[in-house]
Structure formats: structure tokens, C-alpha cells
Write a protein that binds this ligand. Structure first.
Ligand code: ITT
Length: 181
């Protein structure tokens, strides 16, 4: 079975990727060493930089996933700052920011960065559109899942398999797998 090292401290991301790649006969191994996060408005350069940095450090082919929640009425916030915002404001803080806002449109974006030592990184992007719910619903998934409404149910109300059929991460991984293959 082919193996790939996924550098991430986020167990939720790791479990989703592991499950999606199991069906493709690819074994995913988690490395929690982390990587420096470039300051940038777009996720693509952040993922490319992280993948390149980790590949050179570990001297191995690696993948990373830089992702975020982009809320239209907040001009794309938290976007590349999603990790910081999730830790410090949480879902409750986002709901509070959105309490008087009618336009609930939002999307999740995932950028997979892949790199082998000695060469440049390649990136693969996936997005999924939804809305920000008015309250937290569901206990599945991780991060912003309980406040991201997809066709009437939040990602927090969907089991892994259902989320993995439609998610931003799934779409990015499909592109990555096609390229690898
Ligand atoms: P690594 O960088 O170590 O992979 P991280 O959690 O810091 O882990 P990011 O910098 O990519 O990852 O931050 C993305 C944030 O968006 C983070 O708070 C995630 O929990 C959240 N997020 C990403 N994908 C998500 C998803 O599918 N569902 C819910 N929240 C998600």
C-alpha cells in the first residue's frame, strides 16, 4: 500500500483524509511537528510554503492542508485567520458577530500542498458553499462544522461519510489523487 505523511496538528483533518484515502488504497501517516504559517491573504501560498518547508525538514514527500471558513458578509473573514479565530473566538464568537447579519453566505476552502524534497510544492484546492447557521447544531466533525449549514443540515449534524462526500477537503483530495495517479 502506498504511504503518505500528512503534517498536521489537527486530528479532525487527519481522520477525514485518512478515511477518504483508505478507499484509494493510500495509507496516511500523521506527523504533528507543525510548520511555520506564512502570513498571506490566500491559502495557496501558505500551503505551498508549509509543504516545501516540511518536505525539506523531514526529507520526505509530505502533504499539508491549509483551510478556512470564508464569510461573505465579513469580507471573507476569518479566512486565513480561521485557526486563530477558532481558538480565541470559537463558534460562539462567530455567531455573535453574525447575530444581526442577514446575508449568511459562506464557504469552506481547503488547499492541499504536496511536496517532495528538492522540488517545488504543488497545490490542490476544493471549496464547498453553505450558510452560517443561527445556532450551533450537531456534535460530529470538528472546528466550525456545527455552524456551517449545508442544504439544511450542518456539517456537525452529518456523519464522516456524508461530510466526506461533499466537503471542500474531499474536492481538493480528489484533485490531488488524480494528479498522484
Ligand atoms: P494544522 O495547520 O496543523 O493542519 P490547524 O487547525 O491550525 O492545523 P489551519 O491553519 O488550516 O489548521 O486552520 C484551519 C481552521 O479552520 C482550523 O481552526 C480548523 O479547525 C478549521 N477548519 C478547517 N477545515 C474545517 C472543516 O472541515 N470543518 C470545520 N472546521 C474546519
Amino acid at each position: 500500500m502506498r504511504k503518505i505523511v500528512f503534517v498536521t496538528t489537527n486530528n479532525g483533518k487527519f481522520h477525514e483524509v485518512k478515511k477518504i484515502f483508505e478507499t484509494k488504497n493510500l495509507e496516511v501517516l500523521q506527523n504533528k511537528d507543525g510548520y511555520p504559517e506564512l502570513q498571506h491573504d490566500d491559502l495557496e501560498p501558505i500551503a505551498a510554503y508549509g509543504a516545501k518547508w516540511a518536505a525539506e525538514k523531514l526529507k520526505l514527500p509530505v502533504m499539508v492542508d491549509d483551510s478556512g471558513l470564508f464569510i461573505e458578509a465579513l469580507s471573507g473573514f476569518p479566512g486565513p485567520y480561521s485557526s486563530f479565530v477558532e481558538k480565541h473566538l470559537g463558534n460562539h464568537g462567530i455567531l455573535k458577530l453574525m447575530s444581526e447579519v442577514k446575508n449568511r453566505a459562506a464557504f469552506f476552502k481547503s488547499v492541499i500542498g504536496y511536496c517532495e524534497p528538492g522540488i517545488e510544492a504543488t497545490v490542490f484546492t476544493g471549496t464547498v458553499e453553505g450558510t452560517i447557521s443561527y445556532e450551533k447544531r450537531g456534535t460530529e466533525g470538528f472546528g466550525f462544522d456545527p455552524i456551517f449549514d449545508y442544504n439544511g443540515v450542518t456539517f456537525g449534524e452529518m456523519n464522516d461519510d456524508d461530510k466526506n462526500k461533499v466537503s471542500h477537503r474531499r474536492k481538493a483530495l480528489d484533485k490531488f489523487y488524480e494528479w498522484l495517479d
